[in-house]
Design a protein around this ligand. Structure first.
Ligand SMILES: N[C@@H](CCC(=O)N[C@@H](CS)C(=O)NCC(=O)O)C(=O)O
Ligand SMILES: [Fe+2]
Length: 357
């Protein structure tokens, strides 16, 4: 079975696509965004996948790729078009190449025009294609920088994308209105720049007069993406908290393992966000824990000293996950949740104060 996820970066309106083969667990990630690598790595781990490749559709002008950071964290390799002139890739792709993950694969089609190194990835059964900034939903990538060429883009679309099966779903690298997917059939009929009877000259005329402001991040993004997202001049690479071996979840919460907490109780402040009757009830509580019920946390958070990192605890780990968000909002940076809460803590036979034996 194919695992497929469409992920969104709201800052740059970029889509990142995760494709996996469930039998082997092998996966690829198309167009990761630097600032979202933590999130995407969490999803890959929670789905039990092994990331083989970060694949770029092109050298982006509006955001920095997460390819290098993913490689750094997960050991995945990086591939993009040879024509991109980028350095730091593990594989430079040519038209007709295939990228394999488990029993599935993506075919590489050169679709230049937005940039000269733009490629479209077509899934083995031609049910989906990832068009980057070549075809957008009822639009197209701009052609006014990075060796852009409107006539070339038109020919790419007509000869390499619109010839796919009508039902083939097209997934772009961006959408600025929140639209998520289109199809060959729809775009052939309704794309106002590229569809119907529109000719190459018509398209070139349209694009010449588009008059878009340059992407805000252009000057930072292009040089960084020509290095596959490796930070330049010793810039920090998205530092993780170092006070404990924390895990970040796809739901956006930092978690600390119960065994670490038990061994490091004196280094942190445990904040138990259950109700008083639960705190003194049969599950007991962790030694030294501060009782601060979730309903009072927002109002009383500032009374908590900031001298130690905080681990939030509740019965099963859900109220305390919310508590970490409340604490972060109140200005606490070193905060983590205890997953599974007191139920798991007791289930693992860890020591408590009070409670039934
Ligand atoms: N306002 C955006 C600009 C986005 C932009 O120019 N996007 C490029 C893709 S890299 C594009 O081709 N846009 C086509 C369009 O907006 O019609 C930013 O600052 O990042
Ligand atoms: Fe682009």
């Amino acid at each position: 079975m194919l695992v497929f996820r469409q992920l969104f970066d709201p800052t740059s309106s970029t889509y990142t696509y995760l494709l996996g083969d469930s039998a082997s667990g092998e996966a690829v990630l198309i167009d990761p965004v630097f600032e979202q690598v933590r999130r995407d790595a969490a999803l890959i781990s929670e789905l039990g996948l092994k990331l083989l490749w970060s694949l770029e559709t092109h050298v982006h002008a509006d955001h920095v790729t997460g390819a290098w950071l993913m490689k750094n964290r997960l050991g995945s390799q990086i591939a993009l078009a040879a024509a991109s002139s980028a350095t730091g890739a593990d594989l430079l792709l040519q038209d007709g190449d295939r990228v394999t993950f488990g029993k599935r694969s993506l075919e590489v089609r050169a679709t230049p025009g937005h940039t000269n190194g733009c490629i479209t990835y077509v899934l083995d059964d031609e049910s989906m294609a990832f068009t980057g900034d070549c075809v957008l939903i009822r639009g197209s990538g701009r052609t006014d920088f990075q060796q852009g060429n409107a006539r070339e883009l038109y020919r790419s679309v007509r000869s390499r994308i619109f010839c796919l099966p009508e039902s083939c779903l097209l997934y772009p690298a961006h959408d600025y209105r929140g639209l998520t997917v289109t199809s060959v059939c729809e775009e052939k009929k309704y794309n106002p720049r590229l569809g119907g009877e529109i000719g190459e000259g018509d398209y070139a005329g349209y694009m010449k007069n588009l008059d878009l402001p340059h992407p805000k991040k252009l000057d930072e993004a292009v040089p960084a993406n020509l290095r596959c997202g490796q930070p330049g001049n010793g810039a920090a690479a998205l530092e993780d908290p170092s006070w404990a071996p924390l895990r970040f979840t796809f739901s956006g919460v930092w978690e600390v393992e119960p065994h670490w907490l038990e061994e490091n109780l004196s280094a942190v402040r445990v904040v138990d966000v259950r109700e008083p009757n639960e705190f003194s009830g049969p599950l007991g509580h962790i030694r030294g824990a501060t009782l601060l019920p979730l309903g009072e946390l927002a109002a009383k958070a500032r009374e908590l000293p900031k001298d130690k990192p905080i681990v939030a605890v509740c019965r099963a780990g859900s109220r305390s996950a919310h508590a970490t968000a409340i604490l972060q909002k109140a200005g606490f940076t070193d905060v983590a949740n205890l997953p599974g809460g007191m139920l798991r803590w007791r289930g693992e036979g860890r020591s408590v104060e009070g409670g039934a034996s």
